[in-house]
Design a protein around this ligand. Structure first.
Ligand SMILES: NC(=O)c1ccc[n+]([C@@H]2O[C@H](COP(=O)([O-])OP(=O)(O)OC[C@H]3O[C@@H](n4cnc5c(N)ncnc54)[C@H](O)[C@@H]3O)[C@@H](O)[C@H]2O)c1
Length: 256
């Protein structure tokens, strides 16, 4: 099996670091023309020449609109809605309005802002692929993370509904469920969880691993590999799926 993205044009949100960066690099290597945006200008500047970058907060629809106004006339085949923030780690009664709204804005609103702009182009050309980043928090409960879990469940519903609405127009829509992904973010999540529950971070790290059947953490590249497959023509009949690359998460909140 040989995956090629030659000739495909892709827009990935939040490509400066983490999984978005791995996706941008892999897709670029597989021949795609890659456009990406992020709030981290310095991180964007470290992407290779040939990857087009834009500084943008995806929760700002006007900012995203300006990017689409520039890139859509060049054509687009694939949208990867990758951006998402962890939100607060708190008991529900301690969460502030702004914390709730910001989590929803980055994790959910931004996906909608992108989808509504690309769909008319995809419909007109008769094809398109959309990948939405979810989380195991979008298919199961996650105590102390209500804004994030609520946002990701919204993305699961968005993905399933888009697949049905857009399938007749030859537009495929799939969701990715990454597990515990090695990187800075999981370290922040582990430390926040440890602080909220009064635990040692090493204990939380161990609990997260044993919450999966494979007792594992995954690398960003494993997620990028799955996304590349789903975006390729090899996956031309894969749509409406919520695909986990996570060693099979059994629980996000093993009780210590
Ligand atoms: N890391 C994990 O363990 C994990 C697990 C499950 C799901 N996810 C989801 O996968 C996706 C990618 O996660 P990640 O861990 O690679 O992300 P990350 O936290 O490493 O951040 C990646 C990039 O997002 C950018 N970013 C943050 N807020 C932004 C905004 N408002 N506008 C534009 N860019 C912004 C950051 O600057 C950074 O470069 C997210 O949707 C996340 O919710 C992550």
């Amino acid at each position: 099996m040989q995956i090629s993205l030659a000739g495909k044009r892709v827009f990935i949100t939040a490509g400066a670091a983490g999984m978005g960066r791995s996706m941008a690099l892999s897709m670029h290597e597989l021949g795609a023309t890659v456009f990406t945006c992020d709030v981290d200008e310095a991180g964007l500047q470290t992407l290779p020449e040939g990857v087009s970058t834009y500084v943008c907060d995806v929760s700002n629809s006007a900012s995203l609109d300006a990017i689409f106004t520039e890139i859509l006339p060049q054509g687009l085949d694939i949208l990867v809605n990758n951006a998402g923030i962890s939100g607060p780690t708190k008991l529900v009664e301690d969460i502030e309005d702004d914390e709730w709204r910001k989590t929803m804005a980055v994790c959910v609103d931004a996906q909608f802002f992108c989808v509504r702009r690309v769909v008319p182009v995809f419909k007109k050309q008769g094809h398109g692929v959309i990948i939405n980043m979810i989380s195991a928090a979008g298919i199961m409960g996650y105590p102390t993370r209500t804004p994030y879990a609520s946002a990701k469940w919204a993305v699961t519903g968005f993905t399933k509904t888009l697949a049905m609405e857009l399938g007749p127009d030859n537009i495929r829509v799939n969701g990715i469920v990454p597990g515990n992904v090695n990187g800075d973010r999981i370290e922040r999540v582990i430390h926040a969880h440890a602080e909220t529950d009064g635990l040692d971070p090493e204990e939380v790290r161990r609990m997260y691993a044993i919450g999966t059947s494979m007792q594992c953490y995954v690398d960003p590249q494993e997620i990028a590999d799955m996304v590349c497959f789903l975006c390729s023509d090899l996956a031309k009949n894969v749509s409406g799926q919520i695909i986990a690359v996570d060693g099979n998460t059994e629980t996000l909140y093993p009780r210590s």
